[in-house]
Design a protein around this ligand. Structure first.
Ligand code: PLZ
Length: 445
């Protein structure tokens, strides 16, 4: 964490990107492939709770948290203390070779914190995509069925299976096929864009789901339905009330496993430990990553004991899965959320951001909808009565904010959703300051 109190506020001392970032960009062009891109051109030298500092000494308020990872803040004290202590003891044994207690403790926490009081087991992995891949392996193995059902606007990762499960062709799938078999897509009950109106979204989307399952696949061939309880990359889409409950009931009735992908929405971000809680669903399997490791790579699959125990010994694993330093960091992150009241804080952040965005929307007609929960709030930008997506306006707002010291990300199948994902430890002062910049960005449109 930066020692200078100054750097915790927004402060631009050069043009953005500054000369040192531009030098690194020139080196990058010669060393890294073009297809690997970054949202911002500033290279980061330092960071703390709610801000990042670039190599040129510019400080930015961070409303992105490295895509919903540093929920407890960058270099959070409990994460640094635990991971630092672990680094000095040992860095790697491979859990498949020699186990250690930290891994066990993370799994015990996830078993305790995830929805449902049934007996659970957890296995750890490195990334969200790897967790999703393994959740599918567990579901297929336990049910003996092949098909996996996913939704419009879904994002589940970039590996072959998870890229197939991801909805958007651009940028994720274009030129990378052929894709994995036995993945079927159904509509998401996306209230704002449901053709016959939001009030019909849950019922009609469920009818279409049923049609696909019963007419195209057959329920007895379906291993799992996988859903993000709030869709992240797809545009912070909150499913129409009751939709997920209907899907969950249908799954239970037909022996289909319900997998909640809480990689983005989990670990306190929405003001509950998991977004599934608000939807009142108890998934059979759940994937976690991002916020779990407090900034270090760690992911989990948590599920019903009988499903997780059904796989043969040695069927699941990986060299680095559940790395001891990442596990120590996760224990620090979980402790921060529990002991520092961060769930309540996430809810409060959501109230502030929603209210501020609502005031901006009173004059900015381009804001079509504000949605989300807790520290996961999006604004969909549109023009006209037909809700034409405005990705250019999102890009302009992000650009303005960046040039005034605030980092914001975009999302959405149409690239027209502004997403706010501040760390849950951001102070009121920094948050209100960032929202003021956002307001000015809309005024400047
Ligand atoms: N499931 C719900 O949001 C990752 C993607 C960034 P990994 N989201 C950020 C990008 O453009 O690649 C994500 C997610 C949900 C799975 C994943 C995949 O997690 O840790 O990036 O593999």
């Amino acid at each position: 964490m930066s020692e200078s109190g100054q750097s915790q506020h927004r402060r631009l001392v050069t043009e953005v990107p500054g000369p040192l970032s531009r030098e690194l960009a020139a080196r990058r062009a010669l060393a890294l492939p073009a297809g690997l891109s970054s949202a911002f051109p500033m290279y980061i030298a330092d960071a703390g709770p709610g801000y990042v500092v670039d190599v040129d000494g510019n400080s930015f308020l961070d409303l992105g948290s490295g895509i919903a990872v540093t929920g407890v803040g960058n270099s959070a004290p409990r994460v640094v203390a635990r991971a630092g202590e672990q680094l000095t003891r040992f860095t790697h044994t491979c859990f498949m070779v020699n186990p250690y207690e930290g891994y066990l403790e993370v799994c015990e926490h996830l078993n305790r914190l995830t929805p449902g009081d049934h007996e659970k087991r957890t296995a750890l992995f490195n990334s969200g995509a790897e967790a999703v891949e393994n959740a599918v392996k567990y579901a297929r193995s336990a049910t003996g069925r092949p098909a996996v059902i996913v939704f419009d606007h879904a994002f589940h990762g970039r590996t072959l299976m998870t890229m197939t499960m991801t909805a958007a062709a651009a940028p994720y799938k274009r030129t990378f096929g052929p894709f994995a078999p036995e993945v079927y897509r159904v509509p998401m009950a996306y209230p704002y864009r449901w053709p016959s109106g939001p009030e019909n979204a849950a019922r009609e989307a469920f009818e279409q789901f049923q049609m696909v399952v019963e007419r195209q696949i057959g329920p007895a061939s379906v291993a799992a339905v996988i859903v993000e309880p709030i869709q992240g990359e797809g545009g912070f889409i909150v499913p129409a009330p009751g939709f997920l409950r209907q899907i969950a009931d249908y799954c239970a009735e037909h022996g289909i496993l319900l997998i909640a992908d809480e990689v983005q929405s989990g670990i306190g971000r929405t003001g509950d430990w998991f977004a599934s809680e608000f939807e009142q669903i108890v998934p059979d399997l759940m994937t976690t990553a991002k916020g779990l490791g407090g900034g270090l790579p760690l992911a989990g699959v948590t599920g019903r004991a009988e499903i997780m125990d059904s796989v043969h010994p040695g069927g699941i694993g990986g060299t680095y899965s559940g790395n001891p330093v990442a596990c120590a960091a996760a224990l620090g992150a979980i402790e921060s959320i529990e002991h520092d009241g961060l769930l309540a804080r996430a809810r409060r952040i959501g109230e502030i951001m929603t209210a501020e965005l609502g005031e901006i929307a009173a004059t900015a007609e381009i804001i079509g909808e504000i949605r989300g929960r807790g520290a996961m709030i999006g604004a969909e930008l549109v023009t006209g009565a037909d809700k034409t997506p405005s990705p250019d306006a999102v890009a302009a707002v992000i650009r303005y904010a960046r040039d005034h010291g605030v980092l914001l990300l975009s999302a959405g199948t149409y690239g027209n959703v502004l997403r706010l994902l501040p760390p849950m430890v951001v102070s009121d002062e920094l948050l209100f300051d960032a929202m003021g910049v956002l307001r000015a960005a809309f005024d400047a449109l």
